[in-house]
Design a protein around this ligand. Structure first.
Ligand code: PBG
Length: 331
């Protein structure tokens, strides 16, 4: 230390608490744990096949037999929940998404098999028409418009058929008005009081969903989703959507995407006492993987920093394609 140093007269020196790793651990505010993670998975028809999604390295669509292994793996890593999405063959798609409530459909079979083989795994199912829609939209199309109330009728049937198959939580991702209330009533009337609703409450019309639509071959065949998903420029409107979903009976509310919407997660967390979920979506996954493949970022550090930021913002639960990778890192 040079004798010429003029020491600052500081009462507070925040660096004191950053000096050693044990001190840093002691004052850490946010802890990411495996209990926060929900693993989204893709299922397809057939046997003994897996297909990597080109825009999502290391993420596959699996046939049911292989999906069960993947889910057993996730369970062994301590992951509590999966979110299930189906790849539906084109010939089974139609405008009203009728395949979505086929009791012998791919989703229904998959739910039953998971609950039979790995009963402790919480199964969250997607309620929306887009994987089943010949137009790739989240609702019934008429004259180039997406019909609201007609679509909600189908969503209710879809949710009930998922509950019947054994889903623990249904997760409407469609953004039709009034669907949470209609689904809650429908589930209750059918006796499924115990099935929860994870509402995609603040779901934005985002360009970050591209790789997911590749995975499900579900890109909109015309137009975009701006008449039902939210404008990325809006924040107060997210509170309005959350308020409606809570009033209609949501058990968990979600913000989607996550990374570009941390402010929304924060606002919603302050607004409600319900658990808040965030969806670290396919495009967010793809960006990290692509940069890491180039050697431009440290993949593991970026993943942990990103997911920690979502928790710090207020997310209690995070849907992430990194779930298995993170569960391993947290061991
Ligand atoms: C549609 C749905 C989408 C995602 C989940 N459900 C995409 C969309 O709205 O087109 C995206 C998830 C992701 O990008 O990881 N119901």
């Amino acid at each position: 230390m040079s004798s010429t140093t003029e020491y600052l007269s500081l009462l507070h020196r925040p660096r004191r608490l950053r000096r050693t790793s044990s001190l840093r651990r002691m004052v850490r505010e946010t802890q990411l744990t495996v209990n926060d993670l929900i693993y989204p998975v893709f299922v397809m028809e057939g046997e003994n096949q897996q297909q990597e999604i080109p825009s999502m390295p290391e993420i596959y669509r699996y046939t049911l037999d292989l999906l069960l292994k993947e889910i057993a793996d996730a369970a062994n890593l301590g992951i509590n929940a999966i979110a299930l999405f189906p790849l539906i063959p084109t010939e089974k798609k139609d405008n009203a998404g009728t395949e979505s409530y086929n009791p012998d459909g791919l989703v229904q079979h998959t739910i039953k098999a998971i609950k039979q083989e790995i009963p402790e795994m919480t199964v969250i199912t997607d309620v929306a028409l887009d994987p089943f829609s010949s137009y790739g939209h989240d609702g019934i199309v008429k004259d180039g418009k997406i019909l609201n109330d007609e679509t909600v009728e189908v969503l209710v049937k879809q949710a009930i058929s998922q509950a019947e198959a054994g889903a623990d939580i249904v997760a409407p991702s469609d953004m039709m008005d009034g669907r949470i209330g209609a689904i809650r009533q429908g589930l209750d009337a059918a006796g499924y009081f115990e099935v929860g609703i994870l509402a995609y409450s603040a779901k934005y019309a985002s360009a970050y969903y591209g790789p997911f639509r590749d995975a499900l071959e579900s890109a909109p065949q015309f137009g975009d989703k701006q008449t039902y998903q939210m404008n990325p420029a809006n924040s107060r409107e997210a509170i309005k959507e959350v308020a409606l979903d809570i009033a209609e009976g949501a058990d968990i509310v979600m913000v989607k995407p996550a990374l570009a919407y941390l402010d929304i997660i924060g606002r919603i967390k302050e607004y409600t006492n319900l658990p808040v979920a965030a969806y670290n979506v396919s495009g967010e996954y793809a960006m990290v993987k692509a940069a890491a493949e180039q050697g431009w970022i440290d993949e593991k550090q970026v993943i942990l920093e990103t997911l920690t930021s979502m928790k710090r913002a207020g997310a209690d639960l995070i849907l992430t394609y990194f779930a298995k990778q993170v569960a391993l890192m947290l061991r």
